[in-house]
Design a protein around this ligand. Structure first.
Ligand SMILES: Nc1ncnc2c1ncn2[C@@H]1O[C@H](COP(=O)(O)OP(=O)(O)OP(=O)(O)O)[C@@H](O)[C@H]1O
Ligand SMILES: [Mg+2]
Length: 263
């Protein structure tokens, strides 16, 4: 019987690659025969859209699951891909913030809801919203491990520090997170020919220094290259391998290996 491991993609700014990481990691795990539940915990609902799922007016989403208006299983839908299931969201998810804040133990709400389906899936991959919100807290609280995508830019570095501060608060003050940090994935790493640009180079070095200071080790993983091919793959619903761009999938493959080592 599988016992689900939950991994979230968290980063406290927009456009850091959170949803991209969730999408490609979940699809690769599913292709490798794992049973995967993805949870769209962002009211922007990009992940729901990327997976080609349409939320019908009366059909339950993550909102109803969190509020316990339905059982968790009732919020889970098949996707067009084998082994890949989704708890979708739409912009109404934003209204759950007050519910989570009012419950007093909001950081544990998603964890409790997912516990009832943990026997059905090998992995749960969760897409977090970009703000430091109640939804973000409950996502981190539900996680056995986190991956932090960070754009290779100054904005990305600032986001990384804010994200590490939040994780630290949840770990030390609220005891809502005691999982692993799988690593930081530099996003939109720019190369010209065979050389990384000096800007990308210096930003990735900063990421290494920051993780070194926080964890006494370099937690920076292989980067996701700046490439239109990712956007094309997302738009076509294809994997990078299906696009004939297998070499771009290396950072995703490394992440999947790390996830498979969790226990
Ligand atoms: N390798 C890539 N190179 C350039 N752009 C990319 C790449 N992969 C994805 N993108 C694009 O970058 C944008 C941001 O990526 P993504 O949506 O994954 O970030 P996010 O952190 O989830 O953002 P948000 O916080 O708004 O949800 C998307 O429009 C996506 O299509
Ligand atoms: Mg996103």
């Amino acid at each position: 019987m599988p016992l689900m491991q939950a991994v979230s993609s968290v980063s406290l700014a927009g456009g850091q690659g959170k949803t991209t990481v969730v999408l490609f990691v979940a699809r690769l795990l599913a292709e490798q025969g794992r049973t995967v539940l993805v949870v769209d915990a962002d009211p922007q609902s990009s992940l729901t859209t990327f997976l080609g799922h349409q939320v019908e007016p009366e059909s339950p989403t993550l909102l109803e699951v969190l509020k316990k208006q339905v059982g968790t299983e009732d919020g889970i839908y098949k996707t067009r891909y084998n082994n890949l299931f989704l708890i979708p969201s739409d912009d109404a998810l934003d209204t759950v913030q007050d519910y989570l804040a009012g419950s007093g133990t909001g950081a544990f709400t998603l964890k409790r809801r997912l516990a009832t389906v943990a026997h059905l899936f090998d992995y749960c991959i969760i897409d977090a919203p970009p703000q430091r919100s109640q939804i973000c807290l409950t996502v981190i609280g539900a996680s056995d491990a986190l991956v932090i995508p960070v754009e290779t830019s100054v904005k990305g570095l600032q986001s990384l520090i804010r994200t590490l501060e939040l994780i630290g608060e949840l770990r030390d003050d609220q005891e809502a997170f005691d999982g692993d940090i799988l690593g930081v994935v530099p996003f939109r790493d720019r190369w010209v020919g065979l050389r990384r640009t000096t800007e990308s180079e210096s930003n990735i070095e900063s990421m290494q220094q920051i993780t070194q200071e926080w964890f006494n080790q370099d937690l920076v993983l292989p980067s996701i290259r700046e490439s239109e091919k990712f956007k094309q793959a997302i738009n076509r619903g294809q994997t990078l391998h299906e696009m004939g761009q297998g070499e771009l999938a290396y950072p995703i493959e490394v992440l999947v290996k790390k996830i498979e080592q969790l226990e």
